[in-house]
Design a protein around this ligand. Sequence first.
Ligand SMILES: Nc1ncnc2c1ncn2[C@@H]1O[C@H](COP(=O)(O)OP(=O)(O)OP(=O)(O)O)[C@@H](O)[C@H]1O
Length: 254
Amino acid sequence: MNMIEIEGLNVWFGHGIDRVDAVRGASFSVARGESFGLVGESGSGKSTILRAITGLAPDWSGRVTIDGQALAGGKRDRAFFRKVQMVFQDPYASLHPRHSVDQVLSETLHLHGIPDIDTRVRSLLDDVGLGGRFRFRYPHQLSGGQRQRVAIARALAGEPEILLLDEPTSALDVSVQAEILNLLTDLREEHNLTYLMVSHDLSVIGHMCDRLAVMKDGEIVEVMDVAALRDMRAEHAYTRDLLAASVAPGVRTA
Ligand SMILES: Nc1ncnc2c1ncn2[C@@H]1O[C@H](COP(=O)(O)OP(=O)(O)OP(=O)(O)O)[C@@H](O)[C@H]1O
């Protein structure tokens, strides 16, 4: 069964003459356990799709179904956030500067109603490759990569089934980008996660995803599988241009 189904999604901001139609008629589906990428240049509407799913962009029409359940309006309940979590581009902005790693994770576990918080904090830190010595540190005492690991641990706290990843490595030094991508790849397998990932970087999507949608000016121009991407087989001229322009960073290739 499909974990995520998007049909005819339109998302807009503002009203009247100020209205911006950020996404128009987008359709795709993501199977359980699949990793699906949204790629396209800045402003093409990729993040807006994730924001509509999580309720951060409340003006939308069309059909969005998560694990068989159709979403309505802009409010998401606790059950939704138990199943779906998001990881943002900038871990520094998404972590409270005066909350230690322990507080961030303990509070999140508490909100999800998960028992035995002490044991769970330790296992979450292990899951993301941070040992116990990081537990009582504050965000400013961590590197960018370590902060993103904390943000990923927080996202995993409620044992979600879906992670929405919005450029999860593009704020990081090139040298740590591959580490975080490889961690995400391993976590997907270990935790049977489904990924919907936004990137402007085709080589990141090629490394991380099974299939992808190429976006341009708010519309999906092509849905393809990564094998076709690797073979440079794209139907649409715009995708071929993106392919020609992309440069592979130092990530492990599957
Ligand atoms: N809160 C908002 N209010 C008004 N317009 C917005 C808002 N958020 C996004 N937009 C507009 O929607 C369009 C799509 O933006 P979106 O952030 O989804 O693009 P993107 O492909 O994710 O690019 P980027 O990588 O730069 O974030 C852009 O024209 C943007 O200016």
